[in-house]
Design a protein around this ligand. Structure first.
Ligand code: 3DU
Length: 215
């Protein structure tokens, strides 16, 4: 499970990360937390888990390169980028990632209702491009397990699928794991819970039960 840490307070971010670290395999940070605390929060959080920087990078190759360099220098282990900007923009991110020995995840489709308007129709093309370009993984929607299944069919065992949309957006962890996701991404259902630790433990148990069923 990956914690989506979209809080905007440094102390809270550190407290929650420590609290749930036993149950999470990585922490995803993005604009909400970084814009309030600065890039330095990445190193502070890295003592609890590997860090995925969710900047959904979507610019020309040169700008993408500059963004990725800053993020990896700051200590992130992986970065999330958009694929719709084209192969050259994605290549720029992957080149920087390989220089730093880090990973790139590409958004194939998004989990919110608007995700079906423009992105979903090109999701399969983006997925194939991400494979060809040598991405480490894909971000695919837990709110649409059938789409995750389809993406898994296209990529086989090649890439890692991380899947947001569990809990607050209506997706179910066990459903999307059954559909072929490797990790679920969970934000509000954990960090807004009365006990983030208990909430994380419950989702982790659900995932474990699903994996036992499969094995
Ligand atoms: O809905 P949650 O609070 O569990 O958070 C989901 C996180 O995943 C959040 O950081 C959001 O920006 C990110 N995300 C999506 O929700 C959907 C996507 O398609 C891609 C990323």
């Amino acid at each position: 499970m990956i914690l989506a840490l979209d809080v905007t307070d440094r102390e809270e971010a550190l407290r929650i990360s420590e609290d749930v670290s036993e149950f999470v395999d990585a922490i995803k940070v993005g604009y909400p937390l970084i814009l309030t605390t600065g890039l330095g929060i990445i190193r502070e959080l890295a003592k609890f888990a590997p860090i995925i920087a969710d900047f959904k990078v979507a610019d020309i190759p040169n700008t993408n390169r500059l963004i990725c360099e800053q993020v990896f220098k700051a200590g992130a282990d992986a970065i999330i980028v958009q694929g719709f900007t084209g192969r050259d923009s994605l290549d720029a991110c992957i080149e920087v990632a390989s220089e730093y020995k880090k990973s790139v995840f590409v958004v194939s489709e998004m989990s919110h209702p608007g995700g079906s308007e423009f992105l979903q129709p090109v999701g399969e093309v983006i997925t194939r491009m991400a494979v060809d370009a040598g991405s480490f993984g894909l971000v695919a929607p837990a709110t649409r397990p059938e789409r995750v299944k389809n993406i898994r069919k296209i990529i086989g065992d090649k890439l890692t699928i991380i899947s947001p949309g569990v809990g607050a957006q209506g997706g179910k962890a066990s459903d999307v794991i059954a559909a072929g996701a490797d990790w679920v991404i969970v934000g509000r259902s954990i960090y807004k819970a009365e006990s983030p630790r208990k909430a994380a433990r419950k989702i982790a148990a659900e995932i474990q039960a699903e994996l036992r069923k499969e094995n």
